[in-house]
Design a protein around this ligand. Sequence first.
Ligand code: NAP
Length: 281
Amino acid sequence: MKPIPTAKLPCGERVPALGQGTWMMGEDRRRREAEIAALRLGLDLGMRLIDTAEMYADGGAEKVVGQAIAGRRDEVFLVSKVLPEHATRRGTIKACERSLKRLGTDRLDLYLLHWREEQVELGDVLEAFTALVRAGKIRHWAVSNFDIGDMQELVRLSGGKAVAANQVMYNLNRRGIERDLLPWCRRRRVPVMAYSPLDEGRLLRSRDLKRVAQKLEASPAQVALAWLVGQNNVIAIPKSASEAHVRENFAALDLRLGKDELAALDRAFPPPKRKLPLATT
Ligand code: NAP
């Protein structure tokens, strides 16, 4: 098995920088076998980080993941998420226990607040996360869809600095986080988990991306993933229920984007203009 690039959690633990998403899995029984096979192939190749959520197919995606990882739990870095509507002190713990049951495991490696809503008391969620860590039900906790203001507020709360990651939309089409969130996370050594790394498949139709890919004798998906995984402390979690696509995505790790290709990508998918000076807290 070839070594996979890793990202580093603030505690120093390394996790694979290329993982597997599961949104849209578990929706249709007829696709279940293919979904399980794709996830298992990803694990065989070394894409051992699997991202899921109680929200996906109302728990159905977690059940698919449970079947895919049965008998090989120790190989996997398992990530799931609690919905904001469950994110109270007690509700978070109950939601986590339901996720564990569906996943057929006794622990998550990383548990995220899926997104923030007005009624969510961050302090209560932190207490619940801390209790879950103490009980051995989760190893780390993190957040998702937090903007820089949310992150600043979080790290000011007691225990908030233990946040292990922020999972946000990040791909060549959607580079907004480069303005302030990404530099802030980098300074704090908080990895960014890039969701929708292929912009839900939309990126693959881009003529500009196809042109860069052609020059490299690679596919557009590989270029889009290599662009993310080549960055410091960014984890990409493409979803695929197709074994051919999983193999193709994994091969993105063999691709090195040079200066010329990066410049061509910047021209086609311009980065946002930086706000200066950067917020420092
Ligand atoms: P994505 O990974 O950007 O794109 C998935 C789509 O691309 C699927 O239709 C997939 O179809 C297709 N695809 C994958 N590899 C391909 C390839 N090599 N060639 C052609 N098509 C390919 O989108 P996503 O599912 O939105 O994001 C990935 C994961 O991030 C999710 O599954 C989920 O785990 C997570 N996520 C989190 C949040 C959040 O709020 N935290 C939000 C969205 C997503 P096939 O299955 O047919 O390959």
